[in-house]
Write a protein that binds this ligand. Structure first.
Ligand code: FE2
Length: 189
């Protein structure tokens, strides 16, 4: 029986809940509008956004990697900007975990939106995200966050060390439903 994991000393750190900054983050993933080609229904609207606003920031992930060894937990801050591509709300690419049978917890710190989830069998779900709400993403569910508000949607995420990320499958499959803001109202189609 494994009784000892990789040598990680106990630690603590500070998270700026308002700004969504994980202090001392060593990994900083930045996705701009141009990284989102192929994900929105209205590709022309995305191109107008890229050209008209100088390829604006879309979302960021701040991470201090712990260990990808089973038994450890990884964590990150996800910060998704507000905005629309046409009428479709800004969203993250979404992913399955590379080790698909691993879950994840998102605790929303700020903003408003949804966590959209789907399985390879065609099941789909969306859970609301708002300050203080936690979303449980079960094993085998792809997940993407969607910002329906007018401020950044910031979440603290925790997942098993061995989970990894699989973006390729969801790029092929897409999600079966989309979330729009029309005349100030959230519309899921
Ligand atoms: Fe994940």
């Amino acid at each position: 029986m494994q009784t000892k994991n990789a040598a990680v000393e106990p630690f603590s750190l500070e998270i700026d809940i308002e700004s969504g900054i994980l202090k001392n983050a060593t990994n900083h993933l930045v996705r701009r509008a141009s990284d989102m080609r192929g994900h929105y229904a209205d590709g022309a609207a995305l191109e107008r956004l890229i050209a008209g606003e100088n390829d604006p920031l879309h979302y960021e992930v701040f991470e201090v990697p712990v260990s990808e060894e089973r038994g450890h937990l990884m964590y990150c801050i996800s910060k998704l900007q507000p905005g629309r591509v046409g009428e479709e709300c800004f969203m993250t690419k979404g992913h399955y975990h590379a080790d698909a049978g691993t879950a994840e917890i998102y605790l929303c710190l700020r903003g408003r939106g949804f966590m959209a989830m789907k399985t390879t069998e065609g099941a789909w779900a969306a859970q609301e995200m708002s300050r203080g709400r936690m979303v449980y993403v079960p094993p085998f569910w792809a997940h993407r966050s969607i910002n329906t508000g007018d401020e950044p949607l910031i979440s603290f995420c925790v997942y098993p060390g061995e989970a990894g990320h699989n973006y390729g499958d969801i790029e092929q499959e897409g999600f079966p439903r989309r979330i729009y803001l029309r005349q100030g109202r959230v519309v899921i189609t």
